[in-house]
Design a protein around this ligand. Structure first.
Ligand SMILES: *[C@@H]1O[C@H](CO)[C@@H](O)[C@H](O)[C@H]1NC(C)=O
Length: 312
């Protein structure tokens, strides 16, 4: 009740990516095409994994779940951006802004843990192949997935708990195209230095730690394979290089946004585009184009769909 007195801001205005109409039209076309690609690509990966029984193994279930998280992640940012660019109405309500930040942090946290689970899955499959089916049983896989969502939720609640009670006075312009936690905090009309520090430590440290943990575990896997035999190294390299490229694509921007010492450099907007529009396109592309089993399954699925059409 108290905050109603000084919280005069009921909506926020995104300053967006550009004020020039031609640039806006280009961005409109670009984000529409990229969102359509994200939607189709990730949907296709999920569909293929769910309907093809040959792909019913933990690795592909985790991939499909990653596609789901990626799709949701872009959906919280890109459709709103497209409609803003189309209508030139860049406002978002206070609740909408909080909701967007909450969902982004749940999904971001969830995706990070999911990547760790995927690395663990590869570790067991490559280094302990004889125990793979007992260690990564279907039940364990579902429990791990529930765990990723719970960790994402806890992370997001912790971040947002500090923020929902912030007082806002007059300035309500967010120099971005989505509600970004560091920029949101800066708008509050109290000294937020400590809070900014907490948020940076929470998000930044989590990303950096997870990133290095993952890199170290992939190096460890490669080293183990290399000691076994050189033939299996090249095979493992082709699977693992896909995982490692996704890691760099996902964490690179994330770490940069939170750890960059100059918080208002516009580079972070570009990186946000990378995380919401490019990485979700590349994930399914990297996994499907490089994965023989996935390609075969997609062909099988399309054949099934086509033959069903003939019957009708
Ligand atoms: C996520 O994984 C579970 C099994 O671990 C699977 O049943 C489910 O279909 C997957 N979700 C998606 C969206 O593919």
């Amino acid at each position: 009740m108290n905050e109603a007195n000084y919280s005069e801001v009921s909506e926020f205005i995104f300053l967006g990516l550009s004020i020039y109409r031609p640039t806006q039209i280009f961005l409109f076309a670009f984000s529409t095409i990229s969102y359509a690609t994200i939607f189709l690509g990730n949907f296709l990966v999920m569909l293929t994994v769910i309907f093809d029984t040959h792909l019913h193994s933990p690795m592909y279930f985790l991939l499909a779940n990653l596609s789901f998280v990626d799709l949701c992640f872009s959906t919280t940012i890109v459709p709103k951006l497209i409609s803003d660019l189309y209508s030139n109405d860049n406002t978002i309500s206070f609740q909408g802004c909080i909701f967007q930040m909450f969902v982004l942090h749940v999904l971001g946290g969830c995706e990070m843990v999911l990547l760790v689970v995927m690395a663990w899955d590869r570790y067991v499959a490559i280094c302990k192949p004889l125990h793979y089916l007992t260690i990564m049983s279907p039940r364990k896989c579902i429990l791990l997935l529930i765990g990723t969502w719970i960790i994402g939720l806890i992370h997001s609640v912790c971040q947002l708990a500090f923020v929902v009670h912030l007082p806002f006075c007059s300035s309500n312009e967010i120099d971005s195209f989505y509600c970004d936690l560091p920029r949101f905090i800066k708008l509050a009309c109290i000294n937020t230095y400590r809070m900014e520090f907490l948020v940076t430590v929470d998000s930044g440290l989590i990303s950096v730690t997870t990133f290095f943990l993952l890199i170290v575990s992939y190096i460890f896997i490669l080293f183990t394979v290399w000691k076994q035999s050189l033939g299996s190294l090249s095979k493992a390299l082709s699977t693992l290089s896909a995982h490692i490229s996704v890691l760099i694509l996902f964490f690179g921007p994330c770490i940069f946004v939170y750890m960059w010492p100059l918080p208002t450099v516009p580079v972070d907007k570009f990186l946000a585009i990378l995380d919401s529009m490019i990485t979700p396109v590349l994930n399914p592309a990297i996994y499907t184009l490089r994965n023989e089993a996935m390609k075969v399954a997609m062909k099988r699925l399309s054949k099934q769909l086509l033959s069903r059409k003939d019957i009708c």
